[in-house]
Design a protein around this ligand. Sequence first.
Ligand SMILES: [Zn+2]
Length: 446
Amino acid sequence: MRLVLLLLSLGFSAALTAQVTTEWKIIHAGTLLADAREAVSSEQSIIIRNNVIVQILDGYVTAADANIPSGARVIDLRNQFVMAGLIDSHTHILSQQEPNRREIAVTRTPEFSTLMGYEFGMRTLRAGFTSIRNVGGSRNAIFALRDAINQGVVMGPRIRAAGQGITPTGGHGDGGGFRDDVFPEPHSGVCDGVTECRKAVRTQVKFGADHIKYVATGGVLSQTATGTEQQFTDEEQIALVQAAHAMGRKVAAHAHGKAGMMAALHAGVDSIEHGSYLDEEVADLFVATGAYLVPTLIAGHTVERIATERPDFYIPAVRQKALEVGPIMRNALRIAYEKGVKIAYGTDAGVNDHGTNAYEAVLMNQTGVPARDILISATVNAADLMGIYDIAGTLEAGKDADIVAYDDNPLEELDTLLHPAFVMARGTEVDLDVPLPPDLFPWPEF
Ligand SMILES: [Zn+2]
């Protein structure tokens, strides 16, 4: 009984109802951007059966017009701008920056992280993001959350998960800075040399990874003064990518420094995360290999603000990296965009607060990327990178009903993305009117 009550409180009832009965819905869309690469159309009707879009018709049709059962519910979005649910290709949904980070690293359980991930997932969904690619976090915790959402046990964004991020000993993602009796590393993502690295990839796949994430260079928030340059050798990176691709898994490489990025691109990664020190030579290699850049401007913006405005928040080594890397990320995106590098929208949410994912669009726009290309990056491109383009990224018959709506046209008023008026995830409407519990750590505000 206690379990049933818990599940009900997590939104189980709505998800269960959707599975046992056939539900029809008709959305009347005043303005529809069915595909971010194409023109908008006005006065459209989206016909939805359970979780799937059945067809899109001209005009505001009735159930009889659409030849579906008369009980179909009509959702009135005639005054809204309707488009495909947004996609964040870089999240850490199980956690968020908190002041006592070092204590949490050795006290928090994976079970607690799973419940945190449920709450953060709901905040992400209410922000209009119906799919996320999680790129590193407690392995069993993230797979449990992903599977529970997929099976309709709880609501949340569709998750594609990497499991444990793969890192060299002492690298970004290994638990540096603790006594070894306090933090019994290595975890299953730590590897050195080609043999261990192949095994680390295969271990993530064995336990359920949808893709592989590894760190080509140091990272800002690892608790150690090891910089942001290349960490895995060229040979290790080739082994990681080959092992992942051989098992049908795409590879995301975290990279700030130039040499690490070049090595990752030469190894054949599918995306580079952050890309802070990207220059024209690196951009040319991106174009040649077809890899995506996931810019994560909001992460740079957030750590720079924290390091500047709260000098005691980070240990000195982290503060120094934050002040170096934060400001240069925008320059990297500017060069990449001008060179025609493929861009997939991604935030690093967890560094920034979950639910602020749309602010990345504002920062991209300030960097010179037009609204149209930002919407493409957050729908079509992110879906392509995640391998979910057959079910998400555009609104068309046969795809999942992941639908968002705004009061203004984001092609003209991009800020409207910060305040969705309507969110539907796989055919289920999301209640947007949920007061936030007292924030764990309400920083920063935009
Ligand atoms: Zn990240």
